[in-house]
Design a protein around this ligand. Structure first.
Ligand code: NAD
Ligand code: UDP
Length: 320
């Protein structure tokens, strides 16, 4: 069985490639290495069942890729730090890029998992968020190019399922962390861990009372694979993440405890920063028989350990 993984050189995608290879799949990674890194492939680059196609999904033609049975479509920058500076790149990747990936899957007659995001819920007014919640997104705000293009990507998957019978499933992924996150991508876990290990205070935006539900990357990968492998879910959508809601202040405390950090420093909160976020995992448990298993404490230990030991996937050992 052959799986194409778009965005396979990124944080989540590289762990997914590695897990699929470990299970005996042929894996084709498609990436333009914009936010992904060659070093993320170090652990399995020489595997005989692994290959890389250096391509941008915005220009993808079906003939660019070999035949496959499964397509995991993860290609998209995902860091809020890029949402403004790379807005057009992100918007077009998630719309035109997604169209091209779906066209490839149609030609190959492959099953697809589309990586959507909890950001489609915006700053939610419903807690926890079930898949039926339609969200509260600012269409003109600083996160819009990401949020709205992921929402349109979902609409496109529904259209392909309805128009062509393409078997495409959508995962709404919630905040995921772990080894191989880019240290400079501005997300909270790499920021805090880098700062704490450098003996600097952790930059808490706002009062730290806002929440996220942090899922260790191995659990997210298992959720994506369960969604792909389940029978009869064509056209459906499932939340994938942790349902343990944690405040940013609590996260800062846990990181400081582990790294002997120098306290916290408060910065202003970014515009449109969601105040609370937590998935309702009822559907994931029911239809996938999946739920996360790594606690935040264990996941932070593993992530910090990877950074300290230089086993984070970067050649220089500098990245988580
Ligand atoms: P990442 O930036 O580490 O990985 C994205 C990968 O896609 C990179 O390797 C990048 O080079 C590649 N890419 C970007 N644009 C491309 C293009 N036009 N053509 C080809 N390749 C392209 O991000 P990640 O955290 O691993 O996220 C992976 C996916 O999961 C994204 O679709 C993201 O929206 C989704 N997601 C991630 C999280 C999270 O917490 N990490 C949460 C929700 C959703
Ligand atoms: N955050 C923070 N300090 C940082 C980086 C982020 O307090 O150095 C906060 C941010 O304001 C948000 C939360 O942590 O409330 C998660 O931010 P991240 O960028 O990791 O993900 P997202 O906002 O997309 O959920």
């Amino acid at each position: 069985m052959t799986a194409v993984v778009t965005g396979g050189a990124g944080f989540v995608g590289s762990h997914l490639c590695e897990a699929l290879l470990a299970d005996g799949r042929e894996v084709v990674c498609v990436d333009n290495f914009s936010s992904g890194r060659d070093a993320n492939l170090d652990a399995f680059r020489d595997h005989e069942a692994f290959s890389v196609v250096h391509a941008d999904v915005r220009d993808l033609e079906p003939d660019d890729l070999p035949d496959a049975d499964r397509v995991y479509h993860l290609a998209s920058r995902a860091s809020p730090a890029d949402f403004v500076s790379q807005a057009i790149d992100i918007g077009v990747t998630n719309t035109e890029g997604t169209r091209r990936v779906l066209d490839y899957a149609r030609e190959a007659d492959a099953r697809v998992v589309y990586a959507s995001t909890s950001e489609v819920y915006g700053d939610p007014e419903v807690h926890p968020q079930p898949e039926t919640y339609t969200g509260n997104v600012n269409i003109r705000g600083p996160r819009a190019c990401y949020d709205e293009s992921k929402r349109f990507g979902e609409a496109l998957t529904v259209a392909y399922e309805q128009s062509y019978g393409l078997d495409v499933r959508t995962a709404r992924i919630f905040n995921t962390y772990g080894p191989r996150m880019r240290l400079d991508d501005g997300r909270v876990v790499p920021n805090f861990v880098t700062q704490a290990l450098a003996g600097e205070p952790l930059t808490v935006y706002g009062d730290g009372g806002q929440t996220r539900s942090f899922c260790y990357v191995d659990d997210t990968v298992a959720g994506l694979r369960a969604l792909m492998d389940a029978e009869g879910l064509g056209g459906d959508v499932v939340n994938v993440g942790s349902d343990v809601e944690t405040s940013i202040a609590d996260l800062a405390e846990r990181v400081n405890e582990r790294c002997g950090g120098a306290g916290v420093v408060y910065h202003s909160v970014p515009e449109d920063d969601p105040r609370r976020r937590c998935p309702d995992l009822t559907k994931a448990r029911q239809v996938l028989g999946w739920e996360p298993s790594v606690s935040l404490d264990d996941g932070l230990d593993r992530t910090i350990d990877a950074l300290r030991g230089g086993r984070g996937g970067s050649r220089g050992g500098g990245d988580v």
